[in-house]
Each structure stands twice: as C-alpha cells, then as structure tokens.
Design a binder for this molecule. Structure first.
Ligand code: UD1
Length: 423
C-alpha cells in the first residue's frame, strides 16, 4: 500500500460545482445482497473506493465473479462454494461481517471472521449474532471466527435489534438479508432507519423479497423461496455530500452539489442553518454558501434521522472557527474523538470531557503536520487544512481513500490547493 500524504495549502475559498458519488455504505451491504440472488446482479453508481474493492474481493473469495467498469459492478453469484469470510479480508473492513446473513440464508452455513477493533472504538457484533440466533441459527465462536449454521433452514421470528447506543445499521442489514429467505414472517423492531438500509431493502424488494415498513424502525418480512438478480443504482453518498458542505462552510465559500439528496441530510441542514449558513435545494442537489460568520452551536450525534456520527468530526472542524462555544456530544461511538488531538495541533481550542468536546471558536487555524487515524477523522483534517494558514501535511491518506473518491481532485477543481505525494 502506498503511504500517500496530502500537502494542503490554505486558506482558500471554495467556489464551484462538485458531483457527489454513490454511497459507499449503501453499496457495501448491497454487494453482499447479491449472494441471495444466484446470477448476475448489476449495480450502478458504485464509488471507486478501496472499501468497495475489499468487499468485491470478499464475495469473490466465496465463489462469486465480479467485474467493475466505471461506476458499474457486475456480481455473478451463480456459484457460492466457499462460505468462508477470511480474517485477512474482514479485518480490513467491518462491513465484511454483513456477508454472514446472506451466506446463512443461501448456504445454510457460514464461517466469517470476527471483524476486530478499529480506531473509532470497540465495535462488538453481539446484535448481529443475537438476531441470527433468533432466526434459528446456531452460532459458535472459534479461533476468532463466527461459525454459524442453520441446518433446518432459517425461520421467521420477532426480533428486537436495539443496543446500548440505539439501532445498529449493519446488524439490521445482516438480519434483513437473512430474513428475506427465512421460512415465515419476521418482524424486526428497532431496525435502523438509515437511508442506506432503505436502499438495501428497496433492492431486495426488486429481487422479489416481501418487506413492509421500509424506512421505519419496524420492518416486516415475509420469507420467499428464492430471489432473482436485478439491476440497481445506489443512492448518492450523504456523508460525502455532508463533508463537502463543511468544506464550503470552513472556507467561507459557495458550492453547488450535484447528485445530492437533501432529504437524507435534514438534521445536517438544520444545523447548518443554525450556524448561519445558507443551504438551498435545487433540481439535482443543493447550493451552500457562507457569509463568513459561523455561529457556534451544539451537536449531538444520534441514529438516523438524527445528526450522523460520520459527520461529527467534519462539523467539529467548522465549529473550531465559529464565533462562541459549542458542545459536540457523541452518542453512537463515545470514543470517536481521534481528531481532537490533531485539530488541537492546528491551533483549535478543544477540551474533551467524556463523550463531549467543548469547542471554543478561534480566529484562525494554523497548518501543521497531522495524522489521519480513521476515515471521517481524516476527512475533518482535510476540511480544517483548507482554512488553516500555511501548509498542512496529512499523513496516512489511505484512510481517506477508503471512503472518498478522488477527494483532492474534487476539492482542487473548486479552488483547493491539495497535492498528493507518495512517500
Ligand atoms: C455503520 C456505518 C458507519 C456509521 C455507523 C453508525 C457502514 C459500512 N458503516 O456502521 O459508517 O458510523 O453505522 O451510523 O454502513 N453495536 C453494538 N453491537 C452490535 C453492533 C453495534 O453494541 O452488534 C453498537 C456500536 O458499537 C455502536 C452502535 O451500536 O455504538 C451503532 O453501531 P452500528 O450502527 O452497528 O455501526 P455499523 O453498522 O458498524
């Protein structure tokens, strides 16, 4: 893996149009859903990202063939002869765990590596396993692997999927994909309502699944015997869109976002307006502009439709330059604050107290060498660097490449000065 760095010169003012890519977090479970429908599933609008490549490698290791051309991926799942999710692949990306449900449904057994830790904190999979057990799967943990079997097939059940931090996105995806082929009726209570789950459910319905309550916390599924492969276009990436919104805010700029669905960003738009930022919807997306005065505000992350944890770091970067004090509270991943120390190196005034960070706005940020630690924290460092005085070096850019398609090209096209270098 090339250890690229970004050299970012600031401050700049962004102005122009950015086209948002398809959603990574929608595409990942939808690629796994192809396991359920033997034959060729065609997905459009899939972003060209390292996480997507890893997911394709994972389904290939199970027996599928994949082909990627531009934003289109064809997954041929005619043969699944090795229901085994290797540690070497799943450790790279937690979303790999969501092949478990479809494999169990299709093959009656599956062995998938436990995903392991990551920089945003401890992320257990107990809710995934509980849900599958409710559907009749037998589950054992052996040598770091989840060994699951459902000899008599999966059976519909009433399942509560809430956890200590609310609903779980990938657990909902996993259980939903298992339930569509289970015998009888399944009701999932406290299902995640994220647009990525809605997109997955819509794709499953196209394949022939019977699901009602899509988009709500109660999903009702009537199991069917088999599903057919389909063609599907994934929704735009609301987190990439949100990141570009923060880039416009911090640079006191003006951006038009194309292929952006504001209805997926209601909590974000509401916050932006509180922060004195103008956001207008247009035919294919939106326009955001800042008059240069960012107002401080408090942000609490919550499951959808609340404020997304995946935009917490980028918004904190903006609040660093707001007038007044803000409190940022993380309610999904209480340890997701790796960016605090790095933003402080750029002269931000931050104080962490448990799951809260108190942000005291400063007049200016100052460039520094900083370390990317996880995907969204790294994006926040890029956003901060656009406004910081001098040349910021962001190390370990591979974290950003996991979730942003050519971020430096998109930003440079609207006025940023970012240079990628291989070291
Ligand atoms: C998904 C997203 C990630 C986002 C997160 C929350 C993908 C590929 N990733 O991750 O970008 O930050 O949703 O919106 O879509 N939990 C448990 N037990 C479990 C599962 C989760 O306790 O079995 C906890 C987690 O530790 C966390 C909370 O539930 O505190 C929510 O996590 P979850 O929604 O599962 O996150 P992911 O689906 O892994």
């Amino acid at each position: 893996m090339a250890l690229d760095i970004f050299k970012i010169t600031g401050p700049v003012r962004l102005d122009g149009t950015v086209t948002i890519s398809g959603s990574k977090n929608a595409a990942l479970p939808i690629i796994a859903s192809a396991i359920l429908a033997p034959g060729k599933t065609i997905l459009n609008g899939v972003p060209n990202l390292s996480d997507i490549e890893v997911m394709c490698r994972l389904v290939e290791s199970l027996g599928c063939k994949t082909e990627a051309v531009g934003g289109k991926i064809v997954i041929d799942s005619t043969v699944i002869d090795k229901p085994f999710g290797d540690y070497e692949i799943v450790r790279k990306m937690r979303a790999g765990v969501c092949v478990l449900g479809p494999l169990l449904a299709r093959c009656g057994k599956a062995e998938v590596s436990m995903p392991g830790g990551c920089a945003i904190g401890y992320r257990p999979v107990d809710i995934h396993l509980r849900g599958l057990q409710e559907l009749g799967a037998k589950i054992e943990l052996k040598n770091g692997y989840i060994v699951a079997s459902a000899n008599g097939g999966l059976k519909g059940a009433n399942i509560f999927l809430g956890g200590p931090f609310g609903s779980s996105v990938l657990a909902t995806a996993n259980i939903l994909m298992a339930a569509v082929l289970a015998k009888g009726k399944t009701v999932i209570e406290s299902a995640a309502c994220e647009p990525e789950i809605t997109d997955l459910a819509n794709c499953l319905v196209k394949m022939g699944a019977k699901i009602s309550g899509i988009g709500s916390p109660q999903l009702t599924i009537h199991g069917v015997k088999d599903l057919n492969p389909v063609e599907h276009t994934v929704i735009p990436d609301r987190i990439e869109a949100g990141t570009f919104l923060t880039a416009a805010v911090i640079t006191k700029g003006k951006l038009k976002l194309k292929n952006c669905r504001l209805e997926h960003l209601m909590a974000v738009v509401d916050k932006l307006r509180t922060m004195n930022i103008a956001v207008e919807e247009n035919a294919d997306g939106c326009e955001v502009s800042s008059n240069g005065h960012i107002r401080a505000t408090d942000i609490t992350t919550l499951p959808y439709p609340g404020f997304p944890t995946d935009l917490q770091a980028q918004f904190m970067a903006c609040l660093c330059m707001a007038k007044g004090n803000s409190v940022v509270t993380e309610k999904i991943f209480p340890d997701r604050f790796m960016h605090v120390a790095e933003l402080s190196r750029m002269a931000a005034n931050l104080r962490k107290e448990g799951p809260h960070v108190i942000v005291s706005g400063v007049e200016k940020l100052i460039a520094a060498p900083v370390m990317a630690s996880d995907l969204r924290a790294s994006a926040a460092l890029v956003v901060a660097a656009l406004a910081a005085h001098g040349e910021t070096i962001v190390n370990r850019v591979y974290h950003i490449d996991r979730g942003y398609e050519r971020i430096e090209k998109k930003l440079n096209a609207v006025g940023a000065k970012i240079e990628r270098q291989s070291v």
